[in-house]
Write a protein that binds this ligand. Sequence first.
Ligand code: T3D
Length: 257
Amino acid sequence: MTTNLLVQTRGAVRCLVLNRPDRLNALDAALLRALNEALAAAEAESAVRAVLLTGAGRGFCAGADLQQDFAGPPDLGHELESHYNPLVRRMRGMGKPVLCAVNGVAAGAGMNLALAADIVIAARSASFSQAFIRIGLIPDAGGTYFLPRLVGEARARALAMLGEPLTAAQAEAMGLVWKLFDDERLAEEALSMAEALAAKPAGAMAATKQAFAAAAVNGLDAQLAWERDAQQRLGRSADFAEGVRAFAEKRPASFNR
Ligand code: T3D
């Protein structure tokens, strides 16, 4: 039996591979459920310190599975609240870094799933599109939230309203992607970046995620106060003590061992 989500553990990295290559890893209910469960498990297991999300085959994810039965008419709001919204909340809310390696086409909710990660890298042959408008929908899975924050209002509106694909180079130039790699190097570079994230101090990593989430709603004064309180707490941690000791001893720090 083939599984729609491959779950592999490489040291402290949990690798999640969307695995419906014949449909460019389009998301159906079973895959969404498996992904939600795998992320919850990664969040809960203390040995897991970073998550790497990618796709099998030539695509990353072509968005919602359009070959499913939409007769009815369907309640897409219910679909979002049952599957997509918990996924995006979990990726953003979990205290561990999520790295997304976009290995091919990322369309519709597939693109926004990638944008929900903390860091997005991509193969040079990858492409990105807010395909929703072509089927009479708006960007979902956080698209209307992430896009203007990442690329500005003007580009976000054009991407959503035109639905035109971006090349990986265009996506990188717009700030949607951190780095591009040659296709054949992507998997190796992604694992190595995920391992580097896993070796960082977990407390500071979680606080960094929380800080950016707080900054999305706070004014400057509130955010300065947030940073003060978090830094006060982190300054008393074993990781800070180890970081400073390692600096003085001119050796790499070893966190949370
Ligand atoms: O459910 C809800 O809650 C609603 C939420 C909606 C969120 C959304 O994501 S809406 C947007 C959905 N996605 C799309 O509109 C993209 C649809 N796909 C495409 O436009 C193209 O496939 C691509 C541009 C992504 C790639 O084109 P290309 O030429 O490289 O590949 P292809 O030949 O079109 O696709 C290859 C196969 O994958 C093909 O199957 P076949 O003919 O070989 O048997 C195709 O049907 C299948 N496939 C591609 N995308 C989907 C899909 N099957 C199901 N659902 C898909 N989204």
